[in-house]
Write a protein that binds this ligand. Structure first.
Ligand SMILES: C[S@@+](CC[C@H](N)C(=O)[O-])C[C@H]1O[C@@H](n2cnc3c(N)ncnc32)[C@H](O)[C@@H]1O
Length: 280
């Protein structure tokens, strides 16, 4: 079976994130935290910050929305909140362990479809299509046009995710579609931007948290492992390191050099809540 390399590595990243979050923090949210109102920036406060994020997100659902398609539903935590608010919910995401968690959580309260959004054909319309930190995972050319196919005129798309800032060179932090291209596309598709809130300041601190974790836990752990490998299998370790020199240096730089922090994030990315209304 052919598996797109980039896609698998992102899946593995998300699934590892879920395992860590569940084990260490007793949360299954997979989105960034929203750091505001003096909430102290520490790992233990991440679940509270993620709750704030969800509260903020849900508070921007227009009145009267009754049916929601949750695209890239993660472990189904947000979908469950929508059900509790009385919405009728369907979810769609590729088949992964995450989707199994969503199925387990939601049971027969919501239909959970195993598909990439871009391949998922509408058989009905919704009042709202929701992308909670999942917009960047769907190819740019397809994401918004396809979302609009699930809506009646006047229906809404709610996106909370980060985008790339125009005119920047390659960022040390990956991910995000280009915001200026998105705005152009929305205008072309007659999708009016009803709300556009920049929450970069409230979400960038997550990167400092990750950087702190990598510096204090990831790097020493990795160095210990390398030392152990050198002491136990010196020849093999040297050969493997030499053979994969470039790749290893790239990974070490990416994760252990401290460049993936809040400042870099704010320089290259903009985290937005965007509510769009489908025009006639
Ligand atoms: C960062 S997680 C966000 C999960 C959840 N929405 C949340 O806010 O916690 C990204 C989600 O997008 C899903 N995803 C990745 N590629 C996708 C695609 N092409 N179509 C639909 N969902 C996708 C992943 O499986 C995962 O559930």
């Amino acid at each position: 079976m052919y598996v797109q390399k980039d896609f698998r590595s992102r899946d593995i990243g998300l699934e590892t994130g879920l395992l860590l979050a569940r084990y260490l923090l007793d949360t299954e949210n997979l989105h960034y935290g929203y750091w505001a109102n003096g909430l102290e920036l520490k790992f233990q406060n991440l679940p509270a910050a993620q709750e704030k994020y969800t509260e903020f997100l849900l508070s921007h659902i227009p009145a009267g929305v009754k049916s929601v398609l949750d695209v890239g539903c993660g472990a189904g935590v947000t979908a469950e909140k929508l059900l509790e608010r009385g919405c009728e919910v369907e979810c769609v995401a590729p088949q992964t362990a995450l989707l199994d968690c969503a199925r387990q959580r939601l049971g027969d309260r919501a239909k959970v479809h195993a598909a990439r959004f871009q391949d998922f054909e509408p058989t009905r319309k919704f009042d709202l299509v929701l992308f909670s930190e999942s917009f960047q995972y769907v190819p740019f050319e397809q994401a918004l046009p396809h979302a609009l196919r699930f809506l009646q005129d006047g229906g809404h798309v709610l996106i909370c995710d980060f985008f790339k800032i125009q005119g920047k060179k390659k960022s040390p932090i990956g991910g995000g579609h280009k915001l200026h291209e998105f705005m152009k596309q929305a205008a072309k598709l007659n999708a009016a931007i009803v709300t556009d809130i920049d929450i970069t300041a409230q979400t960038a601190p997550n990167l400092d948290l990750v950087d702190d974790f990598l510096t204090r836990v990831g790097k020493p752990g990795y160095e210990m492992l390398m030392e152990h490998a050198m002491a136990t299998y010196p020849k093999l370790t040297r050969v493997v390191r030499w053979w994969n020199k470039e790749k290893i240096e790239k990974v070490e730089h990416k994760y252990f050099s401290g460049i993936r922090n809040a400042q870099t994030f704010s320089e290259y990315k903009t985290y937005r809540l965007l509510l769009l209304r489908k025009g006639a």
